[in-house]
Design a protein around this ligand. Structure first.
Ligand SMILES: Nc1nc2c(ncn2[C@@H]2O[C@H](COP(=O)(O)OP(=O)(O)OP(=O)(O)O)[C@@H](O)[C@H]2O)c(=O)[nH]1
Ligand SMILES: [Mg+2]
Length: 218
């Protein structure tokens, strides 16, 4: 499967619920440590170089950045949004900035009705950090569907890649296949992530169709 995207555009940058886009569409959010490669992963998924800003300075993404993605005709979900979340764990970000991170991400992940999937991005070259494990446990606790992308896999020799993915899977307590090995420059890992994204959109859609039917029959 190679996803066919008709268009992808930067929508809006928001620091709180008032700035979140109006109008319903399934959303997929990318969470993870600062500088791990969230924005690069988002860009690689939609096949665009600079929709979400990538930088050499960690902690660059400081608000929620919404990207609108329109898929080609024939997909059950044509329109969805991808949300680049600010990264955690960067010590040099001012304390005041770090204090804003919690509520900004927390209110979105717990309160956004249209959030159908969170992709937790970790660095394939090292074991998930305490903060990553904490984040995973929190996603589990709030009951959001989530998967993990172990990125920068191109920086590991081929012989070490599957062990790195397995290590992340164990540390984050995920099932087989739920950690996807990824590389932005080599663009691998795109297909399995898209499969999760489309599945999540589809199950959210059928849930909301059922709610609709139930409302009608009441
Ligand atoms: N080799 C390699 N480098 C990558 C990959 N993904 C990201 N990078 C590099 O890692 C750095 C950080 O990437 P970003 O995508 O800006 O990371 P981020 O998680 O969005 O960072 P913040 O927004 O600061 O939290 C950049 O220099 C990227 O070019 C990858 O898959 N492989
Ligand atoms: Mg970023």
């Amino acid at each position: 499967m190679s996803i066919k995207i008709e268009n992808a555009t930067f929508l809006v940058s928001a620091t709180g619920p008032k700035g979140w886009p109006k109008g319903r569409a399934p959303e997929v959010a990318f969470a993870g440590r600062s500088n791990v490669g969230k924005s690069s992963l988002l860009n690689a998924l939609v096949g665009r170089k600079a929709l979400a800003r990538v930088s050499s300075t960690p902690g660059r993404t400081r608000s929620l950045n919404f990207v609108e993605v329109l898929l080609a005709k024939g997909y059950p979900t044509r329109s969805l949004r991808m949300v680049d979340l600010p990264g955690y764990g960067y010590a040099k970000v001012a304390r005041s900035e770090r204090q804003r991170w919690g509520p900004m991400v927390e209110s979105y992940v717990t309160g956004r009705d249209d959030l159908v999937l969170v992709v937790l991005v970790v660095d394939a070259r090292r074991p998930p950090s305490e903060l990553d494990i904490h984040m995973a446990a929190w996603l589990q606790e709030v009951g959001r569907p989530w998967i993990c992308a172990a990125t920068k896999l191109d920086k590991l020799p081929r012989t070490k890649r599957s062990a790195a993915v397995k290590q992340a899977q164990g540390a984050l307590r995920l099932a087989d296949g739920q950690v996807v090995g990824f590389s932005a420059p080599e663009a691998f890992g795109r297909d399995p992530i898209w499969r999760y994204v489309l599945d999540a959109c589809r199950s959210a859609q059928s849930r909301s169709d059922e709610d609709f039917k139930e409302e009608g029959s009441r």
